[in-house]
Design a protein around this ligand. Sequence first.
Ligand code: GDP
Ligand code: CA
Length: 306
Amino acid sequence: MRVVVLAGGLGGSRLARALAESIDPAGLTIVGNVGDDVEILGLHVSPDLDTILYTLTGRLDETKGWGRAGETWNALETVAELGGESWFRLGDLDLGVHLVRTEALRRGEPLSAVTDRIARAFGLEPALLPATDERVRTWLATPAGELPFQEWFVARRHRDEVDGVRFEGAEAARPAPGVLEALEAADLIAIAPSNPFVSIGPILAVAGIREALERRTVPAVAVSPLIGGEAVRGPAARMLARLGGGTGPEQVTDRYKGLIDALVIDEADADEAAGIRTIVTRTLMEDAEGRQRVAEAVLESAAALR
Ligand code: GDP
Ligand code: CA
């Protein structure tokens, strides 16, 4: 069974882990968002790729939902003491990854290659690919002006309402090596319950990826990030309300028009219109049972659609 999953950070890594636990992980390819990537203290940080890497190799701080378990903050304390840039939380363990990645990128190694090297070294079994090796950056139009993703999300704690999203560089960006090959070889394409605007949006903004989904010959299934009209974490519901006109399954389906054949939704949203074939289950993936339930719903829906 070959599965490709499009993934952001928290929701992305949860579904990726669920699938990796339910099929032969060697058959899984995870295509990660790089629109959140940011240069901090001269280092290239790829937060969504790292959340996936940490989650699937048992290194994630499960309570925070980002960063490394057992993290310490000595380096950042020194940075703060010296008046350096310390608003973006980089722990000591995490910094090691950013050092290796940044050094490789400066030498000219593509992001996909260094990501693969780090993934193998950490013992990740599925393939983890950035959507693109090229620079794509997410910008948010807000009443306070246009903000780069991490300034909006981390520095301002996504308190600003979002009136529009733009993916700088996406138009010219080509899919990273292996992405189209994986999509073409897949038996099933899954879209994680990641934020449709700022996590899946930048992946689908890479024209080659969107086109590969449009011309797919295999089932594509998305998992809704909503449970009872609310996001499990983060601004997805607020963004769906303001940019999509509501917080039901239908607004999620609207984001993926022509790209999916079914939507996995939570029992709490089962009474709402979805505008597409739905599979209803409990979609919270906070434990092994939850992950298994959602992975099964995705895999079974694909079998039914084939
Ligand atoms: P980020 O990059 O870390 O911000 O994370 P993502 O965009 O990948 O995921 C954030 C979205 O995942 C939020 O909208 C959540 O509602 C959704 N999410 C997180 N965990 C779960 C879960 O266990 N089940 C479902 N259905 N959605 C989840
Ligand atoms: Ca993210």
